[in-house]
Each structure stands twice: as structure tokens, then as C-alpha cells.
Ligand binder design. Structure first.
Ligand code: PNS
Length: 169
């Protein structure tokens, strides 16, 4: 065994939270970059019962597991409730979020300050790869209903899942 665990050091953990309905290449870029900075990256699929998703939470988790498997240090779970409770339960001191544009900043700052005030957890903002600065799960779903299948926006397994799901609707 090598790494911090073998030396008796605590693992450095971070969480990437979101709805992930479905995961996009933009999400994947942030998770992949976080996985190089931390020993363990937890992906928290936050359950919002007032929002009906295209994919169930279990389907989202399955897709995320599949596309993050190669990183080797990503754990995917769902959570109902506050993100700070997810962090407290797993000893996670840091939230990693991608910032696409200035328009993201206002709300993200409010959440970061609230989360820090509630529990001391820190939020680290990672600038999104400019290739993905326009990308969101909502736009992907919209685009995938038309002639474009969004193959350049999401991993291949998600393209397949979108094709299947939209065929049924
Ligand atoms: O992918 P999204 O929908 O933009 O993600 C937003 C999400 C789920 C990360 C955010 O709404 C969140 O953290 N919700 C959990 C509830 C919570 O902790 N609320 C207090 C935040 S100040």
C-alpha cells in the first residue's frame, strides 16, 4: 500500500455536488481535475424532490460511476438534505465547484458563504474549461430532443442513455 493511508495520514477528501441530470463533459472535466488534487472525490447527487428529472437518481449515479471509473478515486452517492450534512458525515472539508462564467458567480458565492457559515466547509472554485463554458444539463436535454444528439457535449454512454430515454417520451 502506498499513499497517505499507508503513512497513517488522513485521506484528503472533496465533494463535487450537483443534480447531474445527466452528467455532462463539463461536470466530468471538473471531477477529473478534482480527482488529481484530492485522494478521494465524492460525487454527491443531490436529491431535489420538487424537481422531476429526466433520469432517476439511481440512473444518474450509474452513469456517473461508469464515466468516472477510470479515475480510480471517485465515489458516487446520492444525498437528500443539506450538502454540509453530507460533508460532516464523511469528514469532507472542501466542496469543489466549476465556474462557467460571471453569471454563475453570484449564486455560487451565496451558497459558498452559507455553507461556510453553517459548518466551516470551504468551497473551491475551478474555472471551467472554456470548451464547456456554455454547457449545462438543461441545454444538453434540450439539444438532444432535436436532430443533434449532443455527442460532443456528454460522454458516449450518456448519449446512448439520452437516445433511449427520449425515444420513450
Ligand atoms: O447541478 P445543480 O442543480 O446546479 O446543483 C445545485 C446543488 C444541488 C449543488 C445545490 O442546490 C445544493 O448544494 N443543494 C443542496 C441543498 C443545500 O445544501 N442547500 C443549501 C445551500 S446554501
Amino acid at each position: 500500500m502506498t499513499g497517505p493511508e499507508s503513512e497513517g495520514l488522513p485521506l484528503r477528501r472533496a465533494v463535487c455536488p450537483g443534480s447531474f441530470d445527466p452528467i455532462t463533459n463539463g461536470h466530468l472535466d471538473i471531477i477529473g481535475r478534482a480527482s488529481k488534487l484530492y485522494d478521494v472525490v465524492h460525487v454527491a447527487v443531490m436529491i431535489n424532490q420538487s424537481k422531476h428529472g429526466l433520469f432517476t437518481v439511481e440512473e444518474r449515479i450509474e452513469l456517473i460511476r461508469e464515466v468516472t471509473r477510470e479515475y480510480g478515486n471517485v465515489e458516487v452517492e446520492s444525498h437528500h438534505g443539506l450538502l454540509v450534512d453530507f460533508c460532516k458525515q464523511r469528514d469532507i472539508p472542501a466542496i469543489v465547484k466549476g465556474l462557467r462564467a460571471v453569471s454563475d458567480f453570484d449564486y455560487e458565492l451565496q451558497m459558498a458563504q452559507m455553507n461556510n457559515g453553517l459548518s466551516g466547509v470551504e468551497t473551491l472554485f475551478v474555472p471551467t474549461n472554456p470548451t464547456y463554458s456554455f454547457l449545462s444539463s438543461s441545454l444538453v436535454k434540450e439539444v438532444a430532443t432535436g436532430v443533434c444528439d449532443g455527442a460532443h457535449l456528454v460522454p458516449p454512454v450518456v448519449v446512448e442513455a439520452l437516445r433511449e430515454r427520449l425515444k420513450k417520451h
